[in-house]
Design a protein around this ligand. Structure first.
Ligand SMILES: Nc1ncnc2c1ncn2[C@@H]1O[C@H](COP(=O)(O)OP(=O)(O)O)[C@@H](O)[C@H]1O
Ligand SMILES: O=C(O)C1=C[C@@H](OP(=O)(O)O)[C@@H](O)[C@H](O)C1
Ligand SMILES: [Mg+2]
Length: 175
């Protein structure tokens, strides 16, 4: 059984939906950003001291370590992790789920962007530019895409679980 790996743009719910999905499935949950922060300190501070290139290298190593988990887990990646081609190669063996969101949802969720240094001083302008650069890569890596929707976190989990375990009739509801 492979890991379930959540990818997608900043604010799409990878961290929160990942935690809720893991609870539902009774699997461990790991978040590459949380793991990074526990080991190297806050991401904005890391960017200031070492720069993005160094962050991406360490991020790749963290992700590789997490994907090698001995127990099938739910793994939430940082939004930029898929930009590393070595990481993308490792994702080939995993169940990869892309969470999508609209610009409007992103604007409500990313706040002033201070915890995400790639968003800089104009968070929504940066979010839109980065989304345009990455969307095709997210889709190409994904085994399942959850389109942008107003679903709550728990409903997002319901949708993923139903799509992971379709009933033979194709009907997602239990009689
Ligand atoms: N389906 C959802 N509905 C409403 N709010 C959500 C949903 N998914 C995530 N959020 C909220 O959006 C914010 C960003 O979510 P997060 O999980 O940190 O995204 P990501 O890890 O993809 O950047 C959080 O405040 C979270 O509670
Ligand atoms: O998209 C990105 O480049 C980033 C996304 C962030 O994670 P989330 O996608 O969980 O916000 C975090 O890894 C870092 O600030 C860089
Ligand atoms: Mg996250």
């Amino acid at each position: 059984m492979s890991n379930i790996v959540l990818i997608g743009p900043m604010g799409s719910g990878k961290s929160t939906v990942g935690a809720a999905l893991a609870r539902r499935l009774g699997r461990p949950h790991v978040d590459s950003d949380h793991f990074f922060v526990a080991r190297y300190g806050p991401i904005p501070d890391y960017f200031t001291t070492h720069g993005e290139k160094d962050f991406r290298e360490r991020e790749h190593r963290v992700v590789a370590e997490l994907l090698d988990s001995p127990r099938p887990s739910v793994i939430s990646l940082g939004g930029g992790a898929v930009m590393d081609e070595r990481t993308r190669a490792l994702l080939g063996e995993q169940m990869v789920i892309m969470l999508d969101i609209t610009e409007e949802q992103a604007a409500l969720r990313i706040g002033d962007g201070t915890t995400r240094p790639v968003l800089g001083d104009e968070p929504m302008e940066a979010w839109k530019r980065i989304y345009a650069e990455r969307e095709g890569i997210y889709r190409a890596c994904a085994d399942m895409v959850l389109p942008a929707d107003d679903e709550s976190i728990e409903t997002r989990v319901d949708t993923i679980v139903a799509r992971l375990n379709p009933t033979p009739s194709g009907d997602d509801t239990t009689p």
